[in-house]
Ligand binder design. Structure first.
Ligand code: FAD
Length: 394
């Protein structure tokens, strides 16, 4: 039994069949749509390049029963039962894959013209608004804010991105690395305001903490997402303080036969000394199900990927892999004022900790491999963009 019909839920079903599981598989998904991919929503769908983003999995051929438009409402582990809004379902194994939901701006949930972007229906609501070409304010200069700003400019909208922190992507990157990104906004004709906390949205206006009022035909709130686990309250399944299902390295929960994958789950990452990670990235939702399927079919795989994420913004392909910390040394690879460059973070011993690439696909591919193997780099060679990154390994 799989609760949640996004990438992680769908991939769990596929992985189980790939591992030879021939028992019944039922996937319960709250949305009315067949499982689809989210990254294209803020890119292809908003830009009008695609209408949807179906994952293209032939569930019928795989013998997977889809119960769509049906929400899981609770788990009773003692009775091996998943409760749903259309009645209880018994399970032998249960995979929790209910993903994440957008954080909203308090008080704006029911204000007309305020959008979030998580689902296909959200994207389909937002697209005609952008196509109308009016004034848009995006709250939050994170990945979603930047991608929506890209689509809004392509549609001819005026767009202001209001960010409470003092630089864009503040949750993911240090200020110095995001400095070139300010120019990307400017060149695209999008206004980026940092240190600009939004305190209220009403009547087509967005009010900032400094008293500025921005006119807005539409407001997109892109201030993060949180695990969609409220429905597990009272189930006895342990949640971490961030609200994620606290899984172990095999993505098992404390309840017998119950696993958790994707955006709703956190796990202790062996490569980071057992630090518990909650990763809201596509790659994590793709790879976690391999581990859960292994456990269900009697294997002992552990989930320990190098975190990896990509974004397409202002005509650039931006990707980040690994994790960097305050003590790591930043090494620029190429000119950040130029069209393509990378930034590397090295530990004191030269170990590659993380890589950010802007239109440097080889650095990304080689960087991910080097991160996976715990390679140490020669900082001088690594800083020379004409030297292949892998050739900088010591
Ligand atoms: C607009 C957008 C763009 C993105 N772009 C990128 C990108 O470029 N690169 C990248 O690495 N990542 C990107 N991501 C993140 C990536 O899409 C997610 O990490 C991934 O979708 C997580 O998959 P998931 O299956 O765990 O969760 P989800 O995709 O959230 O799927 C969970 C599903 O479970 C359903 N559900 C929730 N509660 C219940 C319930 N109680 N009962 C039944 N069903 C329920 C939900 O409706 C949903 O359909 C993007 C995300 C968004 C929203």
């Amino acid at each position: 039994m799989i609760a949640g019909g996004g990438l992680a839920g769908a991939q769990t079903a596929v992985s189980l069949r790939e591992r030879g599981w021939d028992g019944a598989i039922t996937l319960v998904g709250a949305e009315p749509h067949r499982p689809y991919d989210r990254p294209p929503l803020s890119k292809d769908v908003l830009l009008g390049k695609a209408e949807g983003a179906d994952l293209g999995v032939d569930f019928e051929a795989l013998g997977v029963e889809l119960l769509l438009g049906r929400a899981a409402t609770g788990v009773r582990p003692g009775a091996m039962t998943l409760d749903t809004d259309a009645g209880p379902l018994r399970y032998d194994h249960l995979v929790l894959a209910t993903g994440a939901e957008p954080v909203t701006l308090p008080g704006t949930e029911d204000v007309p013209g305020v959008h979030t972007l998580r689902t296909l229906d959200d994207a389909r609501r937002l697209k005609p608004v952008l196509d109308a070409g009016g004034s848009v304010v995006a709250v939050g200069a994170g990945w979603i804010g930047a991608e929506v700003a890209t689509a809004a400019r392509a549609a001819g909208c005026r767009i202001t991105v209001a960010e409470a922190a003092h630089h864009p992507l503040a949750g993911a990157l240090p200020a110095e690395v995001t400095a070139p990104m300010r120019r990307w906004y400017e060149e695209a004709g999008a206004e980026l305001r940092t240190g600009a906390a939004v305190i209220a949205v009403h009547d087509g206006e967005v009010e900032l903490a400094d008293g500025t009022v921005l006119g807005a035909d539409a407001v997109l709130v892109g201030i993060g997402s949180r695990p969609a686990t409220g429905w597990l309250a009272g189930s006895g399944i342990e949640l971490a303080p961030d609200g994620s299902v606290a899984a172990d390295a095999g993505l098992r929960t404390g309840a017998p036969g119950v696993y958790a994958v994707g955006d709703c789950a956190s796990y202790p990452a062996a490569r980071y000394g057992g630090r518990r990670l909650l990763v809201h990235h596509w790659d994590n939702a793709l790879t976690g199900p391999l581990t859960a399927a292994s456990g269900i079919t009697g294997g002992d795989a552990v989930h320990d990927p190098v975190p990896y994420f990509w974004s397409e913004q202002f005509g650039r392909y931006v990707a980040h892999a690994g994790l960097h910390g305050p003590g790591d040394v930043l090494v620029w690879r190429g000119d950040p004022d130029g069209p393509s460059w990378s930034a590397l973070w090295l530990g004191g011993d030269g170990e590659l900790r993380a890589v950010l690439t802007v239109d440097r696909p080889r650095d990304l591919a080689q960087g991910r491999r080097l991160l996976g193997s715990g390679a140490r780099l020669d900082p001088e060679r690594a800083a020379d963009p004409s030297v292949p990154l892998k050739a900088a390994a010591r």
